[in-house]
Design a protein around this ligand. Structure first.
Ligand code: PXL
Length: 280
């Protein structure tokens, strides 16, 4: 049987469990070949709890990698981007989409910008504008509510209802992306999940599971990696949402007993066996 192939374009945070150190094991566990373009090397991620991290920008390597791959006519079933470190990098990734996007593959952009109402360290309004342009080229984008607010230039709110979620999903689709997916959707403290809007079919999708009242770094990367893998395996939108919501919750629940020592990320490693079962 033909083996699916995804290329994941994002940084390597050497310590901290996010971006490529999450995408690679998760997508591989789903039985999918995972190629990578590391966009930067950081000693840790830039989220809460870490400071004075190193940052080596690899932007200028990306066009050279793309040129080499073009000579080999490499093809991917999905192009999947996460954290990108500079405006120039977003522009270069946009060109990569022009080179490697095809009618028979899809593009997933996780517009990593911030969380809890705030931009991550180092991001500016012009970076947000560039990320908005990249989203217009994607088949799927997967912002959290903070990223929705920045992408749409609307105030961030922690209280909203289904009508609000549907409204912002339509506005995200108007940026040019066929199927926006919002992560971390919750109307109360009992349930949490994700919502999607297939603008071509004018259809909404929702998936909720139990809410755990802890926030962990890197859960967005877990969600998007699982969604990307499930989609490449041919699952429909509802199935992709259900698997990604369920597995993200598994990881959060598995992390709670390890809070003291693993405050910087979630213990997804303990759950990979379940993921293999979910996509069987
Ligand atoms: O989890 C997203 C992410 C990825 N990479 C880096 C980050 C973050 C979020 O803070 O700092 C370097």
């Amino acid at each position: 049987m033909y083996m699916k192939k995804i290329v994941s374009i994002q940084d390597i945070s050497c310590f901290g469990k996010c971006s490529l150190t999450v995408a690679l094991p998760i997508i591989s566990a789903m039985g999918i070949e995972t190629a990578v373009i590391p966009t930067a090397v950081l000693s840790t991620h830039t989220g809460e709890g870490f400071k004075n991290y190193t940052f080596r920008d690899l932007t200028s390597d990306i066009p050279a990698i793309a040129e080499h791959w073009k000579t080999m006519d490499l093809r991917f079933d999905a192009l999947y981007t996460g954290y990108l470190g500079s405006q120039e990098q977003v522009e270069i990734v946009s060109r990569f989409f022009d080179d490697f996007g095809r009618n028979d593959n899809f593009i997933i952009v996780d517009p990593v910008l911030g969380d809890a109402g705030r931009l991550y360290a180092g991001f500016t309004p012009s970076f947000v504008a560039e990320m908005r342009r990249l989203c217009s080229k994607a088949d799927f984008i997967m912002p959290n509510m903070t990223e929705v607010a920045f992408l749409l230039d609307i105030p961030y709110t922690e209280t909203y209802d289904e009508a609000y979620v549907k409204d912002v999903l339509k506005k995200l689709a108007a940026l040019g992306c066929r199927t926006p997916v919002i992560t971390g959707v919750h109307y109360d403290d009992k349930k949490q999940g994700a919502a999607a809007y297939d603008s071509a079919a004018d259809k909404f999708y929702f998936s909720f599971d139990n809410n755990v009242n802890y926030r962990f770094h890197g859960t967005g990367d877990i969600f998007s990696s699982v969604f990307t893998g499930a989609c490449a395996l041919g699952k429909d939108i509802q199935q992709c949402l259900d698997i990604a919501v369920r597995f993200t919750l598994d990881c959060i629940e598995a992390t709670v007993p390890h809070l003291e020592e693993t405050w910087y990320g979630s213990c997804f490693e303990l759950c990979l066996g379940k993921l293999i079962d979910y996509v069987k």
